[in-house]
Structures are given as structure tokens and as C-alpha cells.
Design a protein around this ligand. Structure first.
Ligand SMILES: Nc1ncnc2c1ncn2[C@@H]1O[C@H](COP(=O)(O)OP(=O)(O)OP(=O)(O)O)[C@@H](O)[C@H]1O
Ligand SMILES: [Mg+2]
Length: 404
């Protein structure tokens, strides 16, 4: 009997390191066999700041996921986030070799988009295809077989800080696994929670975690904009801790217990008791909700400004994932700020222990599993070493396998 292929997803988040192990099914889905998470230490806003602490969290999550799955982690797809991530449109042009455009022409056209000048401290991680233009006719998604002389391609290039990427690879290597692919978090999250029609019309996906808010916009079935903002759940918790004069852990629980202000909250006072200086505080539920809402508003406003500056088309829907998507009322609040329908993400098309990764907090990890199981050629990688040239991550999109 053929040996089962094992797929592993690792999301090195600022709140938790999450690991999922799955196996591909005949129907094309991934069967999730093991899931585990471990509180992050040594990660700040998506970036490794302490190797030993990161290794401890990583080791724990990997071994728990392996125990649950009863299999060893292999084919590791890992996410990367942080404000060092930058995206920009790119384009390329080739002369078609024969009468008809073939696969080789398309590969060449996409390769030419990746020939961009970048600083020595940065590396190109993805070139995500947007569209092809054949002899001046734009909007071509699949040019293979079309007669033409001039093949232009448009992509969205994503670059990362080289040392940030290397440190992630180093930690995974030291924990006994090998990174097969590194994917920027919002690209992974998109794969698990967005529908094709949303990506066609103009969708904004926000992955709001503890340290960062990852922003991605899709339109015409392709990525148009990616950004990462260092303002997320930790800022909400800190604001509660400062204003209510409680320890961080108490503020964290308060954040999870209250929703955004819907205007219907009573002024009922509640008592918050805790161990530590003061030990007790009295506040109305409405005030707590208003504090949370004010911080969420800061995040949304920043996102809105950036999207408006970079996208010259309307956003037709908003999807929210990451742990902060669990805040009650955040979808209605997003609708008001972005003036578009908003929904909380649910993880799609994953089998097995799917219930364990349904929470919007698991959008990145389930997307990584999906991509590991897909044919996206720009994600098909050779094994990577943390000290090798980062160019091995550079991949060109395969427009034809799936839509991106
Ligand atoms: N039920 C909940 N209600 C409100 N907030 C929640 C809930 N569950 C988790 N959170 C918050 O979500 C955040 C963690 O989300 P997530 O697991 O997506 O982060 P991460 O991926 O580890 O971090 P990052 O992506 O920023 O590096 C924390 O701020 C946590 O307090
Ligand atoms: Mg995250």
C-alpha cells in the first residue's frame, strides 16, 4: 500500500503557535488528523525575537499535534507575518515563441515579472498572477492556446524581510522539521475562508490576531493589495488594562467576555476583582464595550485609509478572521465603518477534525493545509535551509491550477 502523504501547517502567531497535521483525500480535501497550539513566547508582531522561547512553543505544539495525529510532521508549510511584509504590483512582457501561446511562454512572462529590483535585506516571496494581456487585449486569465505575438503579465509581488524569514526557517529546522514552503499569512487565510465570488467582486479580508492585523484585498479573482499593521488584539488588551488598572491577564479575560458597544448596553456596574495592586475595580459594562470599540475603530480606520489609498475600486464585502473576529458585534461594526456587508470567516472544505479548526483563529493554519494540498506551482518549493539563498522561495504563480 502506498505510504500516506502527510501535510503539516505551522502558524507562528504572536498569541499562539498553531500546528495542524492532515492527509490528502481522494475528493481533493484535506483530512485533519491532529491540531495543537501553544502560547507564544519569543514572537513579537509576527517576528521571532527570541529563538529559545520560540523553539519551546514550537516543540510543544508540534509534538502535541503529532501525538494526536499519530504521525510525524512532514511537508511543512509555514506562515510568515509582520510589518516587514510589503506588496507592489509588477508586470512583465515576452515575445511569444510560436503562433500560439503555450505553457512555456506563460512561465517566461511570469518570470519576467519577478525580475524586480529589491533591497539586499529583502527577498521576493510570491509573485501572485493577476492577469495577462495578449497583443493589447487585457483581462485574459488563461492565455494558453490563444494566438498572439506579445504576452504581457501583471502580478502582485510580495517581499519580506530576509532575516525575519530566515529566523522562522531556523526555528523550524531546529525543532526537527524542514520548511517546504513559506507563505504570507493573509494569502494562506484567503485560501481557507474566501469564496470565489467574493474574490471576483472585491473583498477585504482582515486577519486580526494579537500582534498584527493582516490586510488583503482580492478583486477580479486576484490579489490586489496586501499590508500588515502592528495594531491588533494586544492593543485592545493593553488599553483595557491601563484604563481599568488591572493586570494584563485580567484585561485579556474582560476583552473575551464583552462585546462591542451596540448602544443597548445598560449602565449596570460590575465589580472586577483580581490579585494585585488595587485588587478591585468597578466599571459599567457599557464603558468596557466602548473601550473595546474605540480600539477596534482605530484598527478599522487605519485599514480603511490604507485600502482607499491603494485600491481604486469599491470594496463589496468584508470578511473577518483571526482571534479578534470572535468579539461579539465586530461584524456589524465593520459594516458601519467599511460601508459594505461583513461576515465572520468560517473555515471551508476541510475534513477530519474540522471542528477543531473552525474558529476564525485557525484561518491561517487551515489555509496552509489547503495550499499544501494544492497544485499552486508558485507554492511548490524545494526544501529550504535557513542559511541558503532566499531565492529558493521565489515562486511564480500558476494561474491555471486554481484561482488566485
Ligand atoms: N473569544 C475571543 N474573544 C475576543 N478575543 C479573542 C477571543 N479568542 C481569542 N481572542 C484574541 O485574539 C487574539 C489572538 O488571535 P490569533 O490566534 O489569531 O493571533 P495570532 O495568530 O497568534 O497572532 P498574530 O497573527 O497577531 O501574530 C488575542 O488578542 C486574543 O485575546
Ligand atoms: Mg495570526
Amino acid at each position: 500500500m502506498a505510504k500516506e502523504k502527510v501535510l503539516t501547517a505551522i502558524d507562528i502567531g504572536s498569541y499562539e503557535v498553531k500546528v495542524a497535521i492532515g492527509v490528502p483525500q481522494v475528493d481533493g480535501q484535506v483530512q485533519v488528523m491532529g491540531v495543537a497550539s501553544s502560547p507564544s513566547r519569543g514572537i513579537k508582531q509576527g517576528v521571532v525575537i527570541n529563538i529559545n522561547d520560540t523553539l519551546k512553543a514550537l516543540g510543544l505544539a508540534i509534538s502535541d499535534a503529532q501525538d494526536m495525529a499519530g504521525m510525524q510532521a512532514q511537508n511543512v508549510y509555514c506562515s510568515i507575518s509582520g510589518t516587514h511584509i510589503e506588496g507592489a504590483p509588477g508586470n512583465g512582457l515576452v515575445k511569444v515563441r510560436g503562433n500560439e501561446i503555450d505553457r512555456h511562454d506563460v512561465d517566461e512572462a511570469l518570470q519576467s515579472c519577478a525580475a524586480i529590483k529589491i533591497e539586499s535585506t529583502r527577498e521576493l516571496l510570491h509573485s501572485l498572477p493577476q492577469e495577462f494581456i495578449v497583443d493589447g487585449t487585457d483581462g485574459v486569465r488563461d492565455p494558453i492556446g490563444i494566438s498572439g505575438v506579445r504576452l504581457e503579465s501583471k502580478v502582485y509581488n510580495v517581499t519580506v524581510g530576509a532575516t525575519c524569514a530566515r529566523n522562522i526557517i531556523k526555528c523550524i529546522n531546529l525543532s526537527g522539521s524542514e520548511v517546504k514552503n513559506l507563505i504570507v499569512s493573509p494569502v494562506a487565510s484567503s485560501a481557507s475562508v474566501l469564496r470565489d465570488d467574493e474574490k471576483e467582486l472585491g473583498v477585504l479580508l482582515l486577519d486580526i490576531g494579537a500582534g498584527t492585523t493582516d490586510v488583503i484585498v482580492h478583486k477580479d479573482g486576484a490579489v490586489q493589495f496586501i499590508d500588515v499593521i502592528a495594531n491588533a488584539g494586544n492593543n485592545i488588551t493593553s488599553a483595557l488594562a491601563v484604563n481599568l488598572k488591572t493586570p494584563i491577564a485580567v484585561a485579556e479575560n474582560i476583552k473575551k467576555s464583552y462585546s462591542l458597544n451596540s448602544g443597548s448596553f445598560s449602565k449596570k456596574m460590575i465589580d472586577i476583582s483580581f490579585n494585585g495592586v488595587g485588587g478591585r475595580t468597578e466599571v459599567s459594562t457599557r464603558t468596557i464595550s466602548e473601550m473595546i470599540e474605540s480600539k477596534v475603530k482605530d484598527i478599522f480606520k487605519d485599514v480603511k485609509d490604507r485600502v482607499e489609498r491603494n485600491c481604486n475600486f469599491p470594496i463589496t464585502s468584508v470578511v473577518l478572521c483571526g482571534g479578534i473576529a470572535n468579539l461579539r458585534g465586530i461584524d456589524a461594526f465593520a459594516e458601519a465603518v467599511f460601508d459594505a456587508p461583513a461576515r465572520i470567516a468560517t473555515v471551508r472544505e476541510i475534513g477530519g477534525l474540522a471542528d477543531l479548526i473552525k474558529d476564525p483563529q485557525y484561518a491561517t493554519i487551515s489555509g496552509l493545509l489547503k495550499l499544501a494540498n494544492s497544485n499552486y506551482s508558485y507554492l511548490r518549493q524545494t526544501p529550504t535551509k535557513d542559511d541558503g539563498p532566499m531565492k529558493i522561495f521565489r515562486k511564480i504563480g500558476n494561474w491555471f491550477c486554481e484561482n488566485f
